[in-house]
Write a protein that binds this ligand. Structure first.
Ligand SMILES: Nc1ncnc2c1ncn2[C@@H]1O[C@H](COP(=O)(O)OP(=O)(O)O)[C@@H](O)[C@H]1O
Ligand SMILES: [Mg+2]
Length: 338
């Protein structure tokens, strides 16, 4: 009897254990399904987040591209305005002289025709006086020389422009930095001239003996352009607060010195403009940092210059300045490719 009772109890216990196990199994199956759902949801969220990040990255890249583009446009604006200004002058020169030459030439042709028709000496004499023959014979070669000078200047500008606009190769080439400085100054010349609020800015160059420097010439000229254009801006801003005579007495200048020290080419660009305060000295190389009004400054010039000198050329770009005294930008470039 006892054994049957025992067996029944055991069977009951087994059934109970079985029920518990089945319940546990059901619960764990429910948990598994829940986990799977959570996992899927998390994956969906992660995927959405990644997509969002990719979109933001793309937008950021677009914005950066646009900014760099707008800095390029402002450099290009300088270039175009400079060239238009520079070319206007000699073109006017050639055009004016051309009119004069045409008139003189027509008079000479008339005179020559009188000879050909064997006009009497008195008629020839009279005509010679009417057309100022003596003066004309003296003047015509000068007119032609002037036109030649005008054409040379146009050719010069065109060469500089081409040199300026030449695309860089994807490797460094040996380059005469003085040529880059002269090209840049020529392009910015229209901004150096006197205007209604200040006298002309004097440019003093003190070029040392520099070898050809391995570099990306186009990028380097962009740096020189940014720094010299900033110097002109600083002088313009400084001049705004002073009277014409006061500026004249002080003298606006930009000094450019080059030298070689310890295997480095050094280019110093100094101006006696408004200078830079201690508070912002650490920020001037930051992206988008500008103290200029909207539409005038992009805050990219020095950030790009820094990147080009330090990252692309393994050099250094430093600034020294006293507020109200002026600023000095120093570019150091290695003489050998690194
Ligand atoms: N030669 C300088 N003299 C005084 N301040 C300067 C000079 N060069 C640069 N700065 C300051 O550095 C800032 C950043 O220059 P930059 O990056 O070229 O941008 P942006 O010229 O568009 O303002 C300028 O807004 C100006 O405040
Ligand atoms: Mg600038």
């Amino acid at each position: 009897m006892d054994t049957i009772d025992d067996l029944e109890r055991q069977i009951q216990e087994l059934e109970k254990a079985n029920r518990i196990l089945t319940k546990k199994l059901e619960r764990s199956e429910k948990n598994r399904i829940q986990l799977e759902e959570t996992h899927e949801r998390q994956q969906r969220l992660l995927y959405q987040a990644i997509q969002g990040l990719e979109r933001s990255l793309h937008e950021l890249q677009q914005a950066q591209l646009q900014l760099v583009q707008s800095e390029k446009m402002s450099a290009l604006g300088n270039l175009v305005a400079g060239v238009a200004h520079e070319i206007n002058n000699p073109v006017g020169f050639v055009a004016g002289n051309l009119c004069e030459a045409q008139r003189s030439f027509a008079d000479l042709c008339d005179h020559l025709n009188l000879y050909r028709t064997q006009a009497p000496a008195s008629v020839l004499e009279e005509h010679a006086e009417a057309i100022h023959l003596d003066f004309l014979l003296e003047d015509l070669p000068e007119i032609l020389t002037s036109m030649e000078v005008g054409c040379d200047r146009i050719r010069n500008i065109s060469t500089s422009l081409r040199a300026f606009a030449r695309a860089d190769k994807d490797y460094k080439v040996p380059y005469d930095i003085h040529e880059g400085l002269d090209n840049t100054l020529l392009i910015l010349k229209y901004r150096l001239r006197a205007n209604e609020s200040r006298p002309a800015i004097e440019v003093m160059t003190d070029y040392g003996q520099l070898p050809l420097i391995p570099c990306f010439p186009g990028q380097l000229k962009q740096v020189l352009m940014n720094i010299i254009a900033n110097a002109i801006d600083a002088l313009d801003e400084y001049s705004n607060g002073l009277g014409y005579e006061a500026i004249e007495a002080r003298g606006n200048y930009i000094k450019i010195q080059t030298s070689v020290i310890e295997e480095q080419a050094i280019i110093r660009i100094t101006d006696n403009g408004k200078g830079i305060s201690e508070e912002i000295k650490d920020n001037i190389f930051d992206y988008l940092f500008t103290t200029k009004e909207m539409g005038k400054g992009t805050g990219l010039g020095l950030a790009i210059a820094h990147q080009i000198i330090v990252e692309k050329h393994g050099g250094l770009l430093e600034v020294n300045s006293q507020l109200g005294e002026g600023a000095e930008f120093v570019i150091r470039l290695p003489l050998t490719d690194c």
